[in-house]
Design a protein around this ligand. Structure first.
Ligand code: NAP
Length: 331
């Protein structure tokens, strides 16, 4: 079996952008797009912050266009989930069930998933009043009544993003204390007491609406009291989970299982054992992981920005790094 020059695992903005760059560079990439394919944008409706679409574009449509663009330059796409990888020898091995593929280099762009509550109405109304990204969707909630579930840094940032637009933001938190950094809490709550309130010790139990969110049901977990509240939007901010299970014993991951790249470490003033500096004291191959020849991009690496455009940018970087590395295979 001959090895592919480049295997890309994942088909969100990072994976497809990597494929566009690699295919145009004649690396003949093969993308394992997964099932379902397309990543988190497949769960959204209108995307207004991806440059190039002045009137906005539906998330699934944007992914379809990116996919077509990758295919146009010769990318092969397989709509299957990779089930196992072996990066301990070169060429690298990637498995889909019993089928085995080999790659000279691999880009991982498997993304992350927002954690969900699993309550009635949540999945049904996703993209129609339920969202996991206020930075993306806040402008759709001008003068609306909104709720944010969670008490971590993300919840504070989501609430902050909504404040500029909405009539009100209510945080729904299951405990009586936030987990978020004090500074984020203060910025959000103390500075905006007119618009912001908190439901402590409270759990969201149901989201209701016909075509879009109309109300929510919450329960105080100390008193057992339940009530229904009118709502236009519910933002679920209870953490994310990177899709990196199959890499756990193959690559260095951080405590939350995000993939560690040289760029990530250099921002902390550290380097991976395989990270070399070039003559200008720059990290070579910023998107390379702990294994030389394996690169990573997008939300599987980046818990900070989590935007389609930043994922696409990382995908581009990974493809350029992979292309350069394939020329010499030196780290
Ligand atoms: P997080 O810190 O894990 O917080 C998750 C929040 O959701 C917690 O308040 C948790 O409640 C709540 N929660 C979890 N499961 C729940 C459930 N089933 N029902 C109700 N509530 C639930 O996650 P995050 O806020 O996404 O942050 C992830 C990481 O990114 C953190 O390390 C964070 O510091 C970092 N981050 C940093 C920044 C920044 O520096 N500006 C911004 C965003 C994220 P409990 O508190 O009761 O556990």
């Amino acid at each position: 079996m001959s090895a592919h020059q480049l295997i890309i695992i994942g088909s969100g903005p990072a994976g497809y952008t990597a494929a566009i760059y690699a295919a145009r560079d004649q690396l003949n990439p093969i993308v394992f797009a997964g099932e379902p394919s397309g990543g988190q944008l497949m769960l959204t409706t209108k995307v207004e912050n991806f440059p190039g679409f002045d009137q906005g574009i539906l998330g699934p449509k944007l992914m379809q266009i990116m996919r077509q663009q990758a295919v146009r330059f010769g990318t092969e796409i397989i709509n299957k989930n990779v089930t196992r990888v072996d990066f301990t020898s070169h060429p690298f091995r990637v498995f889909v069930g019993a089928a085995e593929y080999m790659g000279e280099a691999v880009i991982i762009a498997t993304g992350a998933e927002a954690n969900l509550l699993g309550i009635p109405g949540e999945s049904e109304l996703m993209g129609r009043g339920v969202s996991t990204c206020a930075v993306c969707d806040a402008p759709f909630y001008k003068d609306k009544v909104t709720f944010v579930v969670g008490g971590g840094d993300t919840a504070m940032e989501e609430a902050n993003a909504l404040l500029k637009f909405t009539r009100s933001v209510t945080l729904v938190h299951r405990r009586d204390k936030f987990r978020a950094a004090k500074i984020l809490q203060q910025r959000f709550i103390d500075g905006h007491s007119d618009k912001v309130s908190v439901l402590w010790n409270t759990e969201l139990v149901k989201i209701t609406g016909a075509q879009k969110v109309e109300s929510i049901s919450v329960k105080n977990n100390k008193t057992g009291e339940e009530k229904q509240l009118p709502s236009d939007g519910v933002f679920i901010a209870i953490g994310h989970k990177p899709s990196t299970e199959i890499f756990v014993d193959q690559l260095e991951l951080d405590a939350q299982k995000y993939i560690i790249t040289r760029l990530g470490l250099s921002q902390k003033g550290l380097t991976l054992a395989n990270a070399h500096l070039d003559e200008n004291k720059l990290i070579k191959f910023p998107t390379m992981t702990s294994v030389a020849g394996i690169f990573a991009a997008g939300d599987a690496v980046d818990f900070r920005y989590r935007q389609a455009v930043t994922a696409a940018g990382f995908g581009c970087m990974a493809a350029l790094d992979a292309q350069k590395w394939l020329e010499t295979k030196q780290v």
